[in-house]
Design a protein around this ligand. Structure first.
Ligand code: ADP
Ligand code: ADP
Ligand code: ZN
Ligand code: ZN
Length: 944
């Protein structure tokens, strides 16, 4: 038995479906919690242990702070002992800010900024020369030497290349006692009322002193004095001009271009930060991208007329000021708002899009009356731009954004930084170039850097370089070598974001922490699994407890201790069915054990489907890292796209193919990544992407509403004799409209409490006790059950209950078939996991009358799924294929890959070394390929 101070003990946990369980978790070990999807793993790991850890953490705040944070509710658990501080490393990409990048979240960018500020060498953006900076003494010496024997002017630059008449400036200069100024290269006496052309740009210097340079002590003193004064007026920059020639030089206390005199401030880390006004590019404010109106989105089809809604932002004709303007423009340019847009004269379109001002009159033919008109229109393009930039309303901004494209900022080329920042270099590279490299290239670059540094640079940079290198190597350990530091965190997949957080945690070197992770193997190719497991082990080895919710076989086998939750999901789960070392687990007879010891397995199919003879061909895809890739997908098959992380699978499928099909079938606006052509679209009749995004974001959506079975159930209730007598229509039984629902909670059954910067909390409505309907509605019963009772039934119960109502039965049965029988019909979609949401979508597809020609796209559908869940899922998918549909899956899981009829393997590596097709063919053909990583792992799988 484990000693109790080496353990975390959870006693009497009852959160969600947990059945009052006790669990002992060894400390400073790698512990895996496994079990079917919905068995209660997250309820234990996140909703019990992590939640209690968070609560205790907040308790330690002073009551003053707690008042803002709010107390957190205690999870439903009797006691947790031995709990250390808990950090959850989740997959949610919580940071949606466009200012957060891989570099900023890992802190590597902060060290890079420090490196460039301390050890960077500045170059002039005018001439490319190395910038120089001098002390006042050095400047005096240089003047004495370079201008010996000459008469010089010492000048203080006060205006550089700016417009204005500068009358006050001249007055002030005169008041200070100076007599001469140099204006645009010409020295003049200052006269009362002096001014210059206000519409031209000017260079103005004050003449501080004129001296003949010789080696006398007195001259030296005078030069020193004048340099000091000139520095004061010139803001640390002076200009020295030989009197008899055009020979001049700038001197600066700061970094300065020796030829043109531009100067940079002494660099601080903030000058390299795109989140600081000091460093951010002025054009894009440090975002690296700007939004530009896309004319194609404004006029998607120029065969339509303006009246028929041809100008998308205006919509169909209505009585509005803008449509009146359109009439006037039509009057002036002699066209009709019923003409297709392609027929409208160019000048008229120019005004419609970009605006114009014009008055004109028309003499009516009939009565001879003259009518005056005025065009005064800002143009649709400007209108959209203004709405996007200036509107206070988020929804209007979103609306305007639909007509815009995000493009790379033309000023900074996406580096997000001011020009000056990019002229600081280390080893001949600027910070913008470094953050664009993928991490593998960057690691190699830093390896070679020390040889290129001067000894002074090395001594400053050594410590900083160490920090950068260790952090980069952690990123490499978790398999993310293909990312670049400037990659915006918004665009990361859940798995990538989680592994970055993991790398950051390893970098932080904390000890005594309990880390909880949710399926870190998501999105990772089998090849990189080993390194991921090693990273988790190293977190453990420095003295942390690591608790991982995971289904991956390798991870389970490498754990120190495994906790298996089950036996099934939902109400039929929530118990601990086995605990122990992996070796002990294998001897048990749980589902997990059986899949691990080979008693149960997903069989390799005997035959591969040939498809229906048609193909969908995508030619010449070049998005992100794709190297002119072409693929052929056999229709009527199950096709898998495989390859190591970062090889380009998502770019190919989600970034290119899906938007092409989606635009074709549904007129979607999302622009596909670049490609040459697509062939064979005529052989399919729609595309559906089944992802893990929530089926609804409010407590009002649930499995019954999503699959639409709830409308059938409401009609059924309206047909009961009692409802007929009272005249209740189906709407009475909806919680979304007034009438039958509870008025207090407006049918949601819960009250929302906003928690400041914590997520909203929902508490049960006091009026209806969470039943969502009012008393009268609840009095209507079908076979003894109220509408609320129905919503609280599990799908399994409902299948029995509605056995005799075919329409309802069929829909509910398909949800049961995808393994979700344990959910209740009314379970709020906000409580469903990604995997559960995905299977609801599949079920809803299955229950539809299908055309048999649909193209389905799924991205890692095995996320969150146990071996057994995968078997069920693949049965469902097989059914869809057998009806004639095509399924395209991006997947790493070998249990799925081995079922494919056709595999498209992308690689060879991630990032710049990827983006090619390594191999295509049936699994049997693929395994013959010597270069494919997927083949290496698939081989073993096919032998079984
Ligand atoms: P796992 O992590 O093993 O997939 P979960 O712990 O997420 O399973 O879920 C266990 C059960 O609890 C499931 O039936 C799930 O639908 C249910 N559940 C999860 N979250 C909530 C919630 N917030 N409210 C009610 N039920 C929930
Ligand atoms: P996979 O799906 O195989 O993991 P991806 O298609 O996500 O690969 O990535 C392929 C390459 O494209 C990688 O180098 C990745 O960093 C890059 N990439 C992917 N998405 C983006 C994006 N939104 N912005 C910039 N680069 C991206
Ligand atoms: Zn910019
Ligand atoms: Zn209520």
């Amino acid at each position: 038995m484990i000693k109790s101070d080496d353990t975390i003990e959870v006693l009497g946990a009852r959160v969600h479906n947990l059945k009052n369980i006790d669990v002992i978790i060894p400390r400073e070990k790698l512990v895996v919690i496994t079990g079917l999807s919905g068995s209660g793993k997250s309820s234990l790991a996140f909703d019990t242990i992590y939640a209690e850890g968070q609560r205790r953490y907040i308790e330690t705040f002073a009551s003053y702070a707690r008042q803002f944070l709010g107390g957190l509710e205690r999870p439903d658990v009797d006691k947790i002992e031995g709990l250390s501080p808990v950090i959850a490393i989740e997959q949610k990409t919580t940071n949606k800010s466009p200012r957060s990048t891989v570099g900023t979240i890992t802190e590597i960018y902060d060290f890079l900024r420090l490196l460039f500020a301390r050890a960077g060498e500045a170059y002039s953006y005018n001439t490319g020369e190395k910038m120089v900076s001098y002390s006042d003494e050095q400047i005096q010496e240089l003047i004495m030497k370079d201008f010996e024997g000459k008469r010089i002017n010492i000048l203080a630059p006060v205006v550089r290349a700016r417009k204005g008449h500068y009358r006050e400036l001249f007055e002030q200069i005169a008041k200070q006692g100076f007599l001469k100024v140099r204006i645009d290269g010409e020295i003049k006496d200052i006269e009362p009322g002096m001014r210059v052309d206000r519409y031209k740009t000017h260079d103005i210097e004050i003449v501080i002193d004129r001296i003949a340079v010789d080696q006398e002590e007195l001259t030296l003193q005078r030069i020193a004095q004048s340099v000091k004064v000139a520095m004061n007026y010139g803001d640390d920059i002076i200009m020295v001009l030989a009197q008899d020639s055009d020979n001049y030089r700038y001197f600066s206390r700061h970094l300065m271009c020796p030829t043109t005199g531009i100067s940079y401030p002494k660099p601080e880390p903030n000058n390299f930060s795109f989140n600081s006004p000091k460093g951010a590019c002025d054009c894009c404010n440090g975002l690296g991208t700007i939004n530009q109106v896309n004319l194609k989105k404004i006029i998607p089809d120029n065969k339509l007329s303006i009246k028929a809604g041809g100008i998308a932002p205006l919509g169909d004709e209505k009585k509005s000021w803008i449509f009146k303007q359109m009439e006037v423009i039509a009057e002036r340019y002699k066209f009709s708002l019923n003409d297709p847009i392609s027929k409208i004269p160019e000048e008229a379109m120019e005004i419609i899009l970009n605006g114009g001002n014009e008055s004109f009159s028309v003499v009516s033919k009939v009565a001879g009356i003259t009518k005056n008109y005025k065009i005064d229109f800002e143009g649709i393009v400007n209108f959209i731009k203004n709405q996007f930039e200036e509107s206070e309303s988020a929804s209007i901004k979103r609306w305007a954004k639909e007509f815009m494209d995000e493009i790379t900022c033309p000023e900074c080329g996406g580096s997000r930084l001011k020009k000056e920042a990019l002229y600081f270099k280390i080893g001949e590279k600027n910070i913008g170039e470094l953050i664009q490299m993928d991490i593998e290239t960057l690691i190699n670059w830093f390896k070679e850097l020390p040889e290129q540094l001067s000894s002074k640079q090395s001594s400053i940079a050594n410590e900083i370089l160490k920090e950068i290198n260790t952090r980069l190597s952690f990123l490499s350990d978790v398999g993310l070598t293909y990312l670049s530091l400037n990659r915006s965190s918004r665009t990361l997949s859940g798995g990538e974001a989680q592994r970055i957080r993991l790398a950051t945690q390893i970098g932080s070197q904390l000890v005594g922490v309990l880390y909880i992770l949710d399926e870190p193997s998501i999105g990772l190719h089998q090849r990189d699994n080993e390194r991921l497991i090693k990273s988790l082990e190293s977190l453990r080895d420095i003295g942390n407890s690591v608790l991982v919710v995971e289904h991956d076989k390798d991870m389970i086998e490498r754990a120190d201790y495994v906790i298996d939750i089950g036996p099934k999901a939902g109400k039929n789960g929530g118990k601990i069915i086995s605990t122990g070392t992996p070796a002990e687990l294998l001897k048990e007879d749980t589902l997990t054990a059986q899949y691990l010891n080979g008693k149960m397995k997903i069989e390799v199919p005997k035959h591969r489907r040939e498809g229906n003879g048609n193909f969908l061909k995508l030619v010449g895809a070049t998005g992100n890292n794709l190297k002119n890739v072409s693929i052929e997908i056999p229709l009527g098959t199950l096709t898998c796209v495989t390859g190591v992380s970062g090889s380009g699978k998502s770019t190919l499928v989600n970034g290119t193919l899906y938007p092409i099909l989606n635009t074709h079938f549904f007129n979607a606006v999302a622009k596909p990544q670049p490609y040459k052509s697509i062939e064979g679209i005529e052989h399919i009749d729609k595309v559906i992407c089944i992802d893990q995004s929530p089926i609804g974001r409010t407590p009002r959506s649930n499995p019954a509403t999503y699959t639409d079975v709830f409308s059938d159930i409401r009609s059924l209730f309206a047909q009961t004799p009692e409802a007929a007598i009272r005249g209740y229509k189906p709407g009475r039984f909806s919680f979304n409209v007034k009438g039958g629902r509870c008025d207090t909670c407006e049918g949601s059954g819960v009250r929302t409490i906003e928690m400041g910067f914590l997520p909203d909390v929902y508490v049960e409505c006091e009026t209806c006790q969470g039943k969502r309907f009012n008393r009268e509605t609840l009095e209507i019963r079908y076979k003894g059950k109220s509408i609320s009772d129905i919503l609280n039934m599990t799908i399994q119960e409902a299948v029995k209950f509605f056995e005799n109502i075919p329409k309802i039965y069929r829909k509910i049965k398909t949800i049961d078939d995808v393994g979700l029988g344990y959910l209740t019909l009314g379970q709020q979609s906000t409580t469903l996991s990604g995997g559960e949401a995905q299977r609801i979508k599949l079920a809803s597809e299955l229950s539809k009358k299908d055309t048999g020609n649909t193209f389905y796209i799924l991205d890692e559908p095995t996320t969150g799924l146990h071996f057994e869940d995968i078997r069920v899922l693949m049965d469902v998918i097989t059914k869809l294929v057998e009806k004639g549909n095509t399924i395209l899956i991006i997947e790493h899981n070998l249990d799925v890959i081995k079922l494919a009829d056709y595999i498209i393997d992308v690689g060879y590596e991630g990032g710049s070394k990827g983006g090619k097709i390594v191999a295509c063919g049936t699994p049997e053909e693929i395994v013959k390929n010597k270069k494919s990583y997927t083949a290496q792992f698939l081989k073993a799988e096919l032998k079984n």
